[in-house]
Ligand binder design. Structure first.
Ligand code: FE2
Ligand code: FE2
Length: 489
């Protein structure tokens, strides 16, 4: 995965003279402009109280989107995060675009909200929007234990871009959904990750991100759910949503890079220290931990946790809501425009879905319309598994016999088809007692978490890295190894 895609001279398409940078002619819509200008200080208040704790005055070397040209859309410079130019950016409009799927397939894409689908559309935008500030809240304290300035900068880059994604959804709500859209935009700033009274909408976004391995796992697995959802919404017949999501995807790629390369660097360091110490058995956990690096069984348990919790974000595998959204032309499949073997209406198609029926797990041909979520989940698993394979290449020639595996899709599920059953990581049904007896082999234990936390000592010297993680192969924006990515004032 390449580091950045921003070497080209950026095309400045965005009006930065406006209070709110945008490429949507905001100044021509006075009502919307007023609404957004009222929301902006509330957003800043939220950022200051729930964004990165203790770093609001730091100068951070960040990229800022300045255009929607895929060849060059960002510039890098030092910015204090509360002064980041969050704005409204949509991918370029495609003239003559038609609704690509569902019962309105072939009709002109909607430029306004179709009345009959208003509440469905609003709900989807609110759910997507809610995840964006949630992850910033989850990652609020990580800066205090950063393994390097490079990693600190990447964390903040992800955080400000999730902030911008929140802006993107708040824009759609305020522009297209009138008074209740404005209320929903405010509610996005008022829910809190993990809060008992006003939690974020989806489960994984109420979990803690207490350490940097969790952060890397989150950006690898959970931001990838974000990618899948955005890819599906980027196909929407509601054109403003499609264009918004298409631009968000350019930023999302970096988030997954942070996760994938972060875990790679953890593995590289562990293998390096094991080799130096002459340890080839990954199960010598105490000996490996004595070296001050992450042992591989713990890494596997973290994979099991983050993978299974993320699968829950896709909702029920067999779902009439998802069928309705597809049929309506509101939310498509992953890269709908590249699917060539059906009619994109799915009235007579089926899709194989693994279900729990009559006491066993079995594959059933379901009407494809009802299996939209199941299919997106499968596409996600394929995508995530490819990334895990890239990690596994690191073990080749290391002398350490180990492979990371993704658990079976029915393992440890709280939502959907398998929420009632106990399934081991290989996909075998087991009793509740048997599952519980093995739980600590499969999922992170308190002792694992305590050990990871014990490694989390901040390293903020230029060019230095914590002992449990290897340096990156390449700097951000081609900067040298000792570059000061964050100036801590
Ligand atoms: Fe996002
Ligand atoms: Fe993201």
């Amino acid at each position: 995965m390449s580091e950045e895609t921003t070497e080209m001279t950026p095309t400045i398409e965005v009006n930065y003279a406006d209070k709110i940078p945008n490429n949507v002619n905001l100044s021509e819509d006075r009502r919307l402009q007023r609404a957004m200008e009222k929301w902006q200080p509330e957003f800043i208040d939220w950022w200051k109280s729930m964004g990165p704790d203790g770093f609001q005055d730091a100068d951070v070397y960040l990229r800022t989107a300045v255009g929607a040209d895929p060849k060059g859309w960002a510039v890098f410079d030092y910015v204090k995060m509360p002064e980041y130019r969050w704005g409204i950016l949509l991918a370029a409009k495609e003239e003559g675009r038609v609704i690509p799927f569902g019962k309105h397939k072939g009709e002109p894409a909607w430029q306004e909200v179709p009345g009959e689908y208003r509440s469905m559309l609003k709900r989807l935008i609110v759910i997507q929007g809610d995840t964006e500030p949630a992850s910033v809240e989850q990652q609020r304290y990580l800066g205090k234990t950063c393994p390097s300035l490079y990693d600190l900068r990447n964390l903040f880059q992800v955080n400000v871009e999730e902030g911008r994604h929140l802006w993107a959804m708040a824009y759609l709500l305020q522009k297209y959904f009138g008074k209740d859209g404005r209320e929903e935009a405010e509610a996005l700033l008022n829910r809190r990750s993990g809060d008992a009274d006003k939690p974020r909408i989806l489960g994984a976004f109420n979990e803690k991100t207490p350490d940097w391995l969790s952060f890397f796992m989150f950006t690898f697995f959970t931001d990838r759910d974000g990618k899948m959802q955005l890819e599906s919404l980027a196909q929407s017949g509601f054109d403003p949503l499609a264009r918004t999501c298409r631009f968000m995807l350019t930023e999302e790629a970096h988030h997954m890079f942070v996760g994938e390369s972060g875990v790679s660097r953890v593995i590289r360091k562990t293998l390096e220290r094991m080799q130096e110490a002459g340890i080839s058995d990954p199960n010598e956990v105490e000996a490996v931990r004595a070296l001050g690096v992450v042992d591989l069984p713990t890494l596997q348990r973290k994979v099991n946790f983050h993978f299974s919790v993320t699968l829950d974000l896709f909702g029920a595998e067999v779902s009439t809501n998802a069928a309705n959204a597809f049929n309506a032309g509101i939310k498509g499949r992953y890269r709908e425009d590249r699917i060539e073997d059906d009619d994109h209406q799915l009235l007579n198609d089926t899709y194989p879905v693994l279900r729990y029926l009559d006491g066993e797990l079995k594959v059933v041909e379901e009407p494809a319309l009802n299996a939209i979520n199941a299919r997106l989940l499968d596409d996600y698993i394929t995508d995530a598994t490819a990334g895990v394979k890239r990690w596994n290449r690191l073990f080749e020639d290391s002398g350490v016999d180990f492979q990371i595996t993704v658990p079976h899709k029915a393992f440890n599920r709280r939502v959907g088809e398998f929420c009632e059953v106990h399934v081991d990581p290989q996909g075998n049904l087991v009793s509740a007692e048997a599952w519980l007896a093995k739980r600590d082999e499969w999922l992170p234990t308190q002792a694992d978490e305590d050990y990871l936390l014990s490694l989390m000592k901040p390293v903020t010297e230029k060019g230095k890295y914590a002992d449990w993680i290897a340096p990156p192969k390449q700097g951000i924006d081609k900067k040298p190894g000792d570059f000061e990515y964050v100036a801590l004032n």
